[in-house]
Design a protein around this ligand. Structure first.
Ligand SMILES: Nc1ncnc2c1ncn2[C@@H]1O[C@H](COP(=O)(O)OP(=O)(O)OP(=O)(O)O)[C@@H](O)[C@H]1O
Length: 256
């Protein structure tokens, strides 16, 4: 089932196109968004989260047309979003923060306490549930951010650089959580880390300069790198070389 349907999406900041003619379909599973700085990943995430409005094109989420106010409202109740940088009240505890976000998502009141407890447990922060956010380490704060994103059991989960600041053990646990959620729901993860994509994602979408330049499985991206195995500049793994090869091929085509 298609849960994300994007057609002819353009996003402009002033005169600059941050996303240029994006067409995309996604369903259940884990989808990785890759690309160099400024490729447009965060802009796409913000658009899917309905925080940013497209300059052109249409975005349908879980069957709701986000051009309509009512469609955005309905979609928001069913999605979870971890922004790259997120605002919070530093004096809130982890539990208060997750509860507050559940309230913003208009969750039924009687479901909130159990949902908050479960979300905090799933990110491994039970022993810090009563700690103020300002006292948390960067990795713990990010886990609190993930907890608020999943508190409503979102059918569409959008995570912008979720592994930034997580240590290796937390990364492994986080990937387990992603697999769990991605087995039935749509998860979109933006990352700089090619290895995160290799291990966790079912599908990779690569962007450069606001354009979608590759879509396929991690294996298909890695295959692009097998021809440059002796070219150390392309990366240390076949996936890194595939990533570099896809970017180079696109840039060569764009110049020609
Ligand atoms: N608020 C803004 N005002 C003006 N330009 C912006 C704004 N936000 C993003 N841009 C521009 O839009 C383009 C896409 O940026 P975006 O943050 O979506 O890329 P990204 O792939 O997430 O990059 P990064 O990997 O560095 O986070 C860039 O050229 C960026 O400079």
């Amino acid at each position: 089932m298609v849960t994300v349907r994007v057609d002819g999406l353009r996003a402009r900041y002033g005169g600059k196109l941050a996303l240029d003619g994006i067409n995309l379909r996604m369903g259940a599973g884990i989808h990785g968004l890759l690309g160099p700085n400024g490729a447009g990943k965060t802009t796409l995430m913000r658009t899917l989260a309905t925080v940013a409005r497209p300059s052109e094109g249409s975005v349908e989420l879980l069957g709701h047309d986000t051009a309509q106010q009512d469609g955005r409202k309905r979609a928001r109740r069913r999605l979870g979003y971890l922004p790259q940088t997120f605002g919070y009240y530093p004096g809130f505890t982890v539990a208060e923060f997750v509860e507050y976000m559940a309230w913003l998502k208009e969750m039924p009141k009687d479901r909130v306490p159990e949902a908050v407890e479960r979300a905090i447990e799933r990110v491994g922060l039970v022993d810090r549930a009563g700690s103020k956010l300002k006292k948390l380490s960067g990795g713990m704060l990010r886990r609190a951010g993930i907890a608020q994103a999943i508190v409503n059991d979102p059918e569409l989960l959008l995570l912008d650089e979720p592994t930034a600041g997580l240590d290796p053990e937390q990364r492994v646990e986080f990937r387990g959580l992603l697999r769990d959620i991605g087995s039935t729901n749509t998860v979109v993860v933006s990352t700089h880390l090619v290895e995160d994509v290799a291990i966790a994602c079912d599908e990779v979408t690569l962007f450069d300069g606001g354009k979608l330049i590759f879509r396929g499985t991690p294996n298909e991206l890695a295959e692009l790198g097998t021809f440059g195995a002796d070219d150390a500049r392309g990366g240390d793994t076949t996936l890194e070389r595939g990533y570099t090869a896809a970017l180079r091929a696109y840039r060569e085509r764009a110049v020609a």
